[in-house]
Design a protein around this ligand. Sequence first.
Ligand SMILES: *[C@@H]1O[C@H](CO)[C@@H](O)[C@H](O)[C@H]1NC(C)=O
Ligand SMILES: *[C@@H]1O[C@H](CO)[C@@H](O)[C@H](O)[C@H]1NC(C)=O
Ligand SMILES: *[C@@H]1O[C@H](CO)[C@@H](O)[C@H](O)[C@H]1NC(C)=O
Ligand SMILES: *[C@@H]1O[C@H](CO)[C@@H](O)[C@H](O)[C@H]1NC(C)=O
Ligand SMILES: *[C@@H]1O[C@H](CO)[C@@H](O)[C@H](O)[C@H]1NC(C)=O
Ligand SMILES: *[C@@H]1O[C@H](CO)[C@@H](O)[C@H](O)[C@H]1NC(C)=O
Ligand SMILES: *[C@@H]1O[C@H](CO)[C@@H](O)[C@H](O)[C@H]1NC(C)=O
Length: 774
Amino acid sequence: MTRFLSSSVFLVQLIMLLPWLSIASLEPKKSQTYIIHMDHSLKPEHFSNHESWHQHTVKSLSSACVEDKETFLYSYTHVMHGFSAKLTSCQLAELEKLPAHITTYKESFGKMFTTHTPRFLGLNRGSGIWPTASYGKDAIIGVIDTGIWPESESFNDKGMSEVPSRWKGKCENGTAFSPSLCNNKLIGARSFSKGLQAAGINISTEYDFDSARDYFGHGSHTSSTAAGNEGRNQGSRVLTMVTKTCNYVYGASHFGYANGVAKGIAPRAHLAMYKVLWLSDTEVSAATDVLAGMDQAISDGVDIMSLSLGFDNTPLFKDVIAIASLSAIEKGIVVVCAAGNDAAPASIHNGAPWIMTVGAGTLDRSYIATLELGNGLNFEGTSYFPMSVSITNRHLYYGSNDTRVGGCKYLPRDQVKGKVVLCDDSNLDLNGQMQTVILSGAYAAIFLSESLLLDPEEYSLPGVVLHTRYAKAIKEYATTSNNTIVKSMRFGLTKTGTGPAPQVAYFSSRGPDPITPSVLKPDILAPGVDVLGAVRPDVSYIEAGRYELVSNYMLMSGTSMAAPHVAGIAALVKAVHRDWSPAAIRSAMVTTATKTDNTLGTIRDQWNGEIATPLAFGAGLVNPNGAMDPGLIYDMGPQDYINFLCGLGYTATQMSTILRSSQWSCENRTDLNYPTFIANFSNQTTLLSEKQFTRTVRNVGDHASTYRASLKVPPGMILEVEPNTIKFTNKYQEQKFVLTIRVGQHIPKVNYGYLEWIDEHNHIVSSPIVVLKD
Ligand SMILES: *[C@@H]1O[C@H](CO)[C@@H](O)[C@H](O)[C@H]1NC(C)=O
Ligand SMILES: *[C@@H]1O[C@H](CO)[C@@H](O)[C@H](O)[C@H]1NC(C)=O
Ligand SMILES: *[C@@H]1O[C@H](CO)[C@@H](O)[C@H](O)[C@H]1NC(C)=O
Ligand SMILES: *[C@@H]1O[C@H](CO)[C@@H](O)[C@H](O)[C@H]1NC(C)=O
Ligand SMILES: *[C@@H]1O[C@H](CO)[C@@H](O)[C@H](O)[C@H]1NC(C)=O
Ligand SMILES: *[C@@H]1O[C@H](CO)[C@@H](O)[C@H](O)[C@H]1NC(C)=O
Ligand SMILES: *[C@@H]1O[C@H](CO)[C@@H](O)[C@H](O)[C@H]1NC(C)=O
């Protein structure tokens, strides 16, 4: 079973390159999969629907090039006008001559973004958005992921309202899945794999299921974060024993850590799973399948879509998630996507301006072990060792001067067996040292490390990682005599309220957005490190000693885990404000986000502990209660995005590919009515350069109010707002303002400040302003 885990973890971290595609394209007779955009206005009238037209179009091709049989995959209805099919280059050439043909894109492959949440975000029963939004009642969240484990306690439907009558989705039958597994919580479950199969990619029959059932736990985890029912679950230890008490999943925990009540962000929202990620030796998700899943989600009637996956970055007109999301947004569906785990600057994924792009932050929770030495000194360090073992009076081994050079690279078995080993090289890979310790027969280990950590699944022996600031004291004791001991070590402890938190997770992809750098991405930060969520309970993710451990709930990390938090909050905001557009809901979250950590300092970077910038955290940590009552919103509609696309200088063909239409009208505008500001002055040639942004804000507060602009101005520049006071005499009134940025020639590379509109009713409508200079 561990093979399952390691291969999946490997998949998660794969950077998808597509060498085989370019090789295949050289062979004219070999077929491959294409996404074909068609001009819907040229559909002959005798076809009753677009699907029969698409199929007929493909069938009629083969006449001249019969070498390889064509395979029709999907006809798309909502996400785009067109279809996907497996064609030879000869068939494709014929197809591309048809007047109705617009563009062709090759199949591509994507990956998932994984590597006491609600309370940390300020959600509570007594007041705020939870009771006001009735916990997300009636909202439907569509999750595009690896499938779902329907029996998980997080997906029980106690206390859930009936399936909304507008819902058109269903639960498909399939391997280990049947419609009877759905209920009033899980109201839809479908799977899409034609694209992967057409590409000749073998889906694992050993571990995966030909149905919406989850093979990895990723989709169950994201679903339970967005809208898992409240629950506790008794003892998710070596053996799984679920005790139902009312509708609580009792004591949900990761092997005893993070013990508590597992609860989704919108616990009364309905869930629908669209499985598009599969377990195979290579790619995990095909673009054609993702398009099909999103198409079906729109057709079924979801309110929110959550995607914790992505593809290599391409321009928007080739980006299937961007294209499908624009169609979703036109129908009022909020699309929330993970920003990616690439860590580097300008590595954002899913940054289209109509998508809510979410980065990952840490939680205020630490998993710890304690250590007491023979001389009475006590230490506390990080440990995820999955059992609450207690170690007393064991010999401490620190080697001789020779053997300890380079940390635990080599350990003499005869001297180490049964002892607690101290590994003191803070630069050596910790997992490598852990492996050496395990092989040596040691009993437990202490690792000294400044910044390196072990992943939860790497603690297969009781180990604690201590900060190097304790190194001196520990080494001093370890070298005093030949008979040093560890008086006690205790594992399985969880501390909450630790700080500073959030920090930007070290892996979270950073802005600027490589495709549309004029829009600040990510939009926002949500918890994405050590998030507890439901998983597949019948496979082992962790081993300890000779045992493979299973659990109903697991800690997982990634922007994959951050996106569903925001999807859940979008469901709550929508439940309170049913008429708000996706842009309005995003604006409400962005302008109310928390800019400080829990020590009231600026949000820091987990990578180096230094102050982070909005290029890493966007507007800050999402704040659900604030988002319910933002005061003002910066709204946008589909036409604004069309104008923006025109401003990017796309050709007519590229435009029609994104817009599903051969006709549109637009003004060239590169500036959207976005609730954040970013300017790049790298091309500045004069002493003083200037950029202006025009924005329109709408009063969504219940009162007449007067807002005054407050500017936090970074050094070396001048910010101005005109007018700097705006009066609203009634709700829904709109006002315009212009923000002017003037910079001199000598400023740092990344600068940021804030524009805050503050009224007399305690609204603070805050927007980050980022200024870049090379
Ligand atoms: C549902 O799927 C199972 C397993 O694939 C199969 O045995 C059963 O006949 C299917 N039922 C229907 C109604 O298709
Ligand atoms: C899929 O499985 C078949 C049969 O086992 C094998 O011939 C083929 O090479 C596999 N394809 C890939 C991409 O691994
Ligand atoms: C071990 O190293 C310490 C400090 O580097 C030194 O004082 C001590 O003499 C060394 N002991 C032996 C046996 O080499
Ligand atoms: C440690 O053991 C060695 C050999 O076993 C011995 O020579 C040395 O004196 C001992 N040192 C102490 C401090 O007990
Ligand atoms: C938009 O700008 C492009 C070039 O940037 C130009 O070709 C096009 O005519 C402009 N369209 C409008 C409507 O101004
Ligand atoms: C230079 O940068 C400014 C600020 O981003 C922008 O408005 C302007 O269009 C750029 N000019 C050129 C020539 O790229
Ligand atoms: C800013 O714009 C310049 C071109 O004017 C570009 O080379 C540079 O990469 C941009 N900087 C960032 C951080 O996007």
